[in-house]
Ligand binder design. Structure first.
Ligand code: SAM
Length: 251
């Protein structure tokens, strides 16, 4: 059995939401050299945008523990001309420049071929676009079942449509607004998927959406003349009633 297949079995045996992953399991998975659970590959012309994101908080810890890897790939590496051109004027006219299809195809092909053929990797290629399907938790859970996610970050006036039609498996928007580039979208996607990787969260229960209101100390917070109190039910210690209250206020 290949190492990737073995890691798949372990992932399959553990339901993402129900079980706290024993650190010992994660430890042995790393010791015996099981590849990281999830590889993120980001194709971008601005790889430095990711440096702070990758070196802080839970993402950096997950990288250190080899639960995930995040590699940024500088798109200009896959150009052949002297100016390392990744964009061109739009056919039919219009303002701004459009990202070319060739370097993106070369980058994606190179990433698809990074594994020896014997190790089957489940790979998904995602293009970010404001015109894509809106990212949600269902989509994120589906992505978490792959071993390798390739994110293509557009810039300028967008990406030659042939990338969406023939190279990417999915075209995804992070929301109904327009960003300058796909890098922020990629970071949002990395965080959302990484939270579902076994061992990423200390408390496996936190992987699910805690989408009800939450409070912490102080019990009474004074704002001007107002006293802002934590709802009494949450202080009652009655777990059944607390659960009902949370279910009722779930968004
Ligand atoms: N009119 C262009 C289009 O429809 O693609 C807008 C291009 S936008 C200025 C440049 C890049 O930012 C896009 O190619 C895409 O990769 C990224 N982007 C912008 N808004 C996004 C969103 N809401 N979700 C995902 N990616 C987005």
């Amino acid at each position: 059995m290949g190492l990737v297949a073995l890691s798949d079995c372990i992932r399959g045996a553990l339901s993402y939401e129900a079980i706290r992953y024993p650190p010992i399991l994660i430890y042995y998975a790393n010791v015996i050299g099981i590849p990281v659970f999830m590889k993120f590959e980001v194709i971008t012309i601005f790889p430095d945008i990711f440096s702070g994101f990758l070196s802080e908080s839970l993402i950096s810890k997950a990288i250190a523990k080899r639960l995930i890897s995040v590699r940024t790939h500088y798109l200009r590496k896959w150009t052949t001309d002297r100016h390392r051109t990744v964009d061109g004027k739009a056919y039919g006219g219009g303002p701004g420049l459009v990202m070319k299809v060739e370097p993106i195809l070369k980058a994606v092909n190179a990433l698809r071929n990074t594994k020896p053929k014997s190790l089957k990797s489940k790979i998904r290629v995602i293009l970010f676009s404001p015109r894509g399907k809106q990212m949600d938790q269902v989509m994120v859970k589906r992505w978490a079942k792959y071993n390798q996610l390739v994110f293509i970050c557009g810039r300028y006036e967008g990406v030659d449509e042939r990338v969406a039609d023939y190279i990417a498996d999915e075209v995804v928007s992070v929301g109904p607004y327009v960003l300058n580039g796909g890098e922020v979208a990629a970071m949002a996607a990395i965080e959302a998927v990484a939270r579902l990787v076994p061992g990423f969260m200390h408390d496996a229960g936190s992987q699910t959406k805690e989408d009800h209101p939450q409070y912490t100390k102080p019990e009474v917070f004074t704002l001007g003349k107002k006293k802002l109190r934590v709802p009494k039910i949450l202080l009652s210690g009655d777990h059944a009633k607390i659960k009902d209250w949370r279910d009722k206020h779930r968004r």
